[in-house]
Design a protein around this ligand. Structure first.
Ligand code: ISE
Length: 351
């Protein structure tokens, strides 16, 4: 039978997941929709046959016609909603962050571990991107030998006005935190944020761009330029460098076109004007990681239907990311390398 899903939060990500499940995901249907603004949920439900709106998120989780939950609600509401999923034994795909601070994230890890059964997956979608998957495969196969450093670029054309400097760490850089942990299978031990001159086009007071430096348990270094007000488009690149070679993902090498420069017409002499060569850059994460999200949700649905519930990053990964980001936020203030303060995984049986 088809997996009946409640989607909580129908903003950009939630609505995208509803469309994905309805149009592309096999073996799942959206039965319940919820949003802080009921009219938003109602408007969407009107377009999804078989779905209905439940206004209280906790009631939506508990509903008997809901087998599994997607949380695309704002971060501060996650803790309560995750606890409700654990209480009702409902598998949940939680968009990042797991919760908004380290202590509550650890609490969630412990509560799930006590159940003795994994229910929580965290939406770090880059792990489902084909290029990142391939990169991980080559690294694990030893093609580049021992990996020494990685260089990342994470650019957004713009962010909502509510974004402050610490959100650049907790909301954006968090993906490089997860990518580092995913690619190298080890924890990040220190974080330093370096602050270049701010983009004159960025809102007053926003420290953008930022350069982040991670060191890992084994001594690898990962640097990231995170720049969220470029005004250009959505760019995510990662390069890893090892003893035997290097690899690069995120070159945006889709269709490349060559065509006449409009100025050519005007000049009257085509020989003196350069032609145009190039392609498009995805406007946002929805397009850039569209295939990754499809893959992520399909694999999650399959896992839940098999009874495995999770196929990808879990609560521990959400907690580890929160701990690294907390060190990052501290470094944003101090300017120094800050140590990541986290418990060892083995101290929580079942985590
Ligand atoms: C957003 O929340 C995301 O998760 C995107 O992947 C990231 O690029 C963006 O900076 C965040 O705000």
């Amino acid at each position: 039978t088809e997996l009946r899903i409640a989607v909580l939060g129908v903003g950009m990500m939630g609505a995208d997941h509803v469309a994905r499940i309805t149009e592309r995901t096999k073996g799942a249907v959206v039965t319940v929709l919820n949003d802080y603004f009921p009219e938003k949920a109602e408007a969407l439900a009107a377009t999804i046959p078989g779905s209905r709106v439940i206004n209280d998120p906790l009631d939506a989780i508990a509903d008997p016609e809901v087998d599994a939950v997607i949380l695309a609600t704002p971060g501060p509401t996650h803790e309560k909603q995750l606890l409700a999923c654990l209480e009702h034994n409902k598998p949940v795909m939680c968009e990042k962050p797991l919760t908004t601070d380290v202590a509550t994230s650890l609490e969630i890890v412990k509560r799930e571990a006590e159940l003795g059964r994994k229910l929580i997956q965290v939406g770090f979608m880059r792990r489902f991107d084909r290029e990142y998957e391939q990169l991980k495969g080559f690294i694990d196969d030893g093609v580049f030998g021992q990996i020494l450093v990685a260089h990342c670029v994470h650019r957004n054309p713009a962010v909502p006005p509510s974004f402050d400097s610490s959100m650049i760490v907790k909301d954006s850089l968090v993906h490089e935190v997860d990518v580092t942990r995913f690619l190298f299978d080890e924890e990040i031990t220190t974080v330093q944020i370096i602050k270049p001159s701010a983009n004159p086009g960025a809102p007053e007071g926003l420290q953008d761009p930022q350069i982040a430096l991670f060191t890992t348990e084994s001594g690898r270094h990962v640097d990231t330029e995170v720049f969220v007000t470029t005004g250009v488009a959505y760019e995510v690149r990662t390069e890893v460098v090892g003893e035997l070679g290097s690899a690069f993902i995120g070159l945006d090498q889709g269709l490349v076109r060559k065509h006449r420069n409009p100025a050519q017409q005007a000049s009257g002499d085509g020989r003196k004007v350069a032609g145009i060569w190039g392609g498009d850059i995805t406007p946002s994460f929805v397009e850039r990681f569209g295939d990754a999200y499809d893959n992520e949700i399909q694999r999650w649905v399959n896992a839940v239907r098999r009874g495995d519930n999770v196929d990808g990053p879990g609560a521990w990964d959400g907690y580890a990311a929160a701990a690294v980001c907390a060190a990052g936020v501290k470094s944003l203030e101090s300017g120094k390398a800050e140590t990541v303060d986290m418990v060892s995984r083995s101290s929580i049986p079942g985590a």
